[in-house]
Design a protein around this ligand. Structure first.
Ligand code: GRF
Length: 204
C-alpha cells in the first residue's frame, strides 16, 4: 500500500501527511527548487523531479509523470500544492485514485489567489476542500471541507494561514479514509463509511 505525493513548492501539506504516518513512498516535484523535496528527502522518502519546463507540451509532461508514478504503482496519488493542470488523459488514467486539496470552500472560488478573492468578495466564511480530481479544474467529488471565519482585520496572508492550518487537519484525514477503503463515490457526492464528519468548523 503506497501513496505518491505530487508537489511544486513549499510542501507543508506533504509535511502534515508525513507527520500523520501515512505510507508515502514517493514524492514527485515539478520544480527543482520545491522546498518539499528537502522535507521528503529528510524523511528518507524517494523524490523524483519531473520539471515541466523540459517538456514542450502538457501531454509529454503528463506522460513522463505517469511513467514515474507507474513504476511504483501507488494506490493513491495525492496532489499537494501541485501547480500544473493535468490533461484529461492523465486524470482518466488515475480515475478515483487522485486527490487534491484546494484553498476554498468549493465550488466557490476555484482557481488561483483564492484568499485575495474571498476578501475582495466580502465573504464571511472561507476554508479548504479535499476532492477527487476530474477533468474539470477544481471540481470533482468533495471528500471533506473545513470552514474558517473571515475576520474584518484579515489580510490575504492571515487568512491563508488560518486556512492552511485546517488543510493540515483535513488532508491526512481524507487520505486515511481512502486507504481504509471507506470512501464511497456516488455521482458527485462522497460518503464516508462509518459516518465520520466530512465538515470541520474551526474558529482559531
Ligand atoms: C495549499 O494552499 C493548497 O491548498 C494549494 O496549494 C498550497 C500548497 O501549499 N493547492 P503547500 O505546498 O502544501 O505548503
Amino acid at each position: 500500500m503506497s501513496v505518491a505525493v505530487l508537489i511544486s513548492g513549499r510542501g507543508s501539506n506533504l509535511h502534515a501527511l508525513l507527520d500523520a504516518g501515512l505510507p508515502i513512498t514517493t514524492v514527485i516535484s515539478s520544480e527543482a527548487e520545491a522546498k518539499g523535496r528537502e522535507t521528503a528527502a529528510a524523511r528518507g522518502v524517494a523524490t523524483w523531479l519531473v520539471e515541466h519546463r523540459r517538456f514542450s507540451s502538457r501531454e509529454e509532461f503528463d506522460a513522463a509523470l505517469a511513467g514515474e508514478i507507474d513504476r511504483v504503482a501507488p494506490r493513491l496519488i495525492v496532489l499537494a500544492g501541485f501547480m500544473r493542470v493535468l490533461t484529461p488523459g492523465f486524470v482518466a488514467r488515475y480515475k478515483e485514485k487522485l486527490l487534491n486539496i484546494h484553498p476554498s470552500l468549493l465550488p466557490a472560488f476555484p482557481g488561483l489567489r483564492t484568499h485575495e478573492r474571498v476578501l475582495a468578495a466580502g465573504a464571511k466564511v472561507h476554508g479548504c476542500s479535499v476532492h477527487f480530481v476530474t477533468a474539470e479544474l477544481d471540481r470533482g467529488p468533495i471528500v471533506i471541507q473545513a470552514a474558517v471565519p473571515v475576520r474584518s482585520e484579515d489580510t490575504a496572508e492571515t487568512l491563508a494561514a488560518r486556512v492552511l492550518r485546517q488543510e493540515h487537519v483535513i488532508y491526512p484525514r481524507a487520505v486515511r479514509w481512502f486507504l481504509e477503503d471507506r470512501l464511497v463515490i456516488e455521482g458527485n457526492r462522497v460518503r464516508v463509511k462509518g459516518n465520520d464528519a466530512q465538515l470541520v468548523f474551526a474558529v482559531d
